[in-house]
Design a protein around this ligand. Structure first.
Ligand SMILES: *[C@@H]1O[C@H](CO)[C@@H](O)[C@H](O)[C@H]1NC(C)=O
Ligand SMILES: *[C@@H]1O[C@H](CO)[C@@H](O)[C@H](O)[C@H]1NC(C)=O
Ligand SMILES: *[C@@H]1O[C@H](CO)[C@@H](O)[C@H](O)[C@H]1NC(C)=O
Ligand SMILES: CC(=O)N[C@H]1CO[C@H](CO)[C@@H](O)[C@@H]1O
Length: 374
């Protein structure tokens, strides 16, 4: 009887694991082919080699780019180098990326920047919010941008029990923001289990010095977050659920769900065209490829991903790039266009796409950045 029970339990566990594996592979949308779409005059940005994870462009055409993210399970081309923030002037004919100097008193050695967001105050001061993962933790760093000096002055480090696994932020004021937690757990193994089991424990937090609260929940993995030009709606990308949620923002900062736009790809960071309100996003058409960059060289901490290596075709280690434009998301029939796509030969693993005056800037999780005419 004991043996029967044991066999039955093992059988159930195996069936459950197989079912979860299939579901997980589906969420990662493994093994998809994407037809190439090209744009004129694309060139790689000099100086960016180790990621351009998030991009934020000021109305003046100055673009901030965060680079050098190190994240469990994801490839890094500069594992020993701290992260950096680059600045590019998109009004120049041939813009170059230059690293911004960061003021003393900030621990640069552990700087591991992720999502960024800018806020321009009434007195024209530009604040830069940077999600940071020093020593695998999550903080939000607040900087003041000093243009004359090409530098960032560190103002404060924000930590909070509700900011557990922060991915992206969108600034609401000089010291307030919405932030996505891409997972409930911050420990890597638990985070993996959470994804594998398909738990929807990821959420969105509102932070201000006076009040911190959860304003949305129930995501597989809330990633990119941004705001409509009229500042009425918040857009949230759920990278594992392949969709973008539109939430209405209220005076008390709470959010209510308006609609969900389902896409057939993993959507990541969202950026908004300030003139048209179009949403631009870099996508991972195949999440499996993002994780399996270098199968021969998986660190021990990434062994769980080995579990999923089963039946992943060899060519899956190439990183596809896909940029989508979403027009009229609030209408009955939003228009989704594939604006740029590459099989990984030019650029690998797009995470964000931002536009400025007819130009497209495409960022990647751990690779280079590309600048094209539209
Ligand atoms: C916030 O405002 C919305 C809309 O006015 C309201 O429905 C909601 O109950 C408020 N929430 C709280 C916590 O006060
Ligand atoms: C990828 O995701 C889309 C939408 O969720 C789904 O329709 C499609 O079948 C998935 N493809 C694979 C290969 O799992
Ligand atoms: C990717 O596309 C380029 C040109 O479009 C082609 O030369 C190359 O062979 C392709 N690579 C793969 C792995 O398909
Ligand atoms: C703000 C931000 O950078 N969000 C996401 C961009 O893309 C990468 C790749 O998945 C995510 O890890 C980031 O969280």
């Amino acid at each position: 009887m004991g043996k029967l029970l044991a066999v039955a339990l093992v059988g159930i566990a195996a069936a459950l694991a197989a079912e979860r594996l299939l579901a997980f592979r589906n969420r990662l949308n493994a093994s998809r082919e994407v037809a190439p779409v090209s744009l004129p005059n694309c060139r790689l940005i000099k100086g960016i080699e180790a990621g351009s994870e998030d991009i934020d462009i000021l109305p003046s055409g100055l673009a901030f780019i965060s680079s050098g993210l190190k994240y469990p399970g994801l490839k890094s081309f500069a594992p020993d180098k701290p992260g950096e923030i680059f600045l590019m002037d998109l009004t120049e004919d041939n813009p170059r990326a230059a690293e911004l100097r960061i003021s003393r008193g900030f621990d640069l050695a552990s700087f591991n920047p992720h999502g960024i967001s800018t806020y321009i105050d009434r007195d024209d001061t530009v604040y830069l919010f940077v999600v940071n993962h020093p020593h695998q933790s999550s903080t939000v760093e607040l900087f003041k941008f000093v243009e004359d000096d090409n530098s960032l002055v560190h103002l404060k480090t924000i930590r909070h029990d509700l900011l557990t696994s922060v991915n992206d932020i969108v600034a609401m004021g000089p010291d307030s923001f919405y932030a996505t937690n891409d997972h409930y757990f911050s420990d890597f193994l638990l985070m993996f289990l959470e994804m594998f089991l398909g738990l929807t424990w990821s959420n969105v937090i509102y932070y201000s010095p006076k009040e911190v609260k959860e304003v949305a929940s129930g995501f597989y993995s809330a990633n990119g977050i941004n705001i409509s030009p009229d500042r009425k709606y918040i857009y949230i990308a759920d990278v594992l659920d392949h969709n973008v949620h539109v939430m209405e923002k209220h005076a008390n900062w709470s959010l209510t769900h308006v609609k969900t736009l389902q896409l057939d790809t993993l959507v990541d960071n969202l950026s908004i065209d300030p003139h048209t309100g179009d949403i631009w996003t870099g996508c991972h058409p195949d999440g499996m490829k993002l994780f399996y960059y270098d199968p021969e060289n998986l660190p021990a901490s990434e062994v769980p991903f080995g579990l999923l290596a089963m039946s992943v075709p060899e060519n899956c280690f190439v990183q596809i790039v896909l940029v989508l434009r979403i027009q009229n998301i609030l209408s009955e029939e939003p228009v989704v266009t594939r604006v740029y796509s590459d099989n990984g030969s030019v650029l690998q693993g797009s995470s964000v796409a931002s536009i400025y005056e007819g130009k497209l800037l495409i960022g990647t999780v751990f690779h280079r950045a590309l600048y094209c005419d539209l």
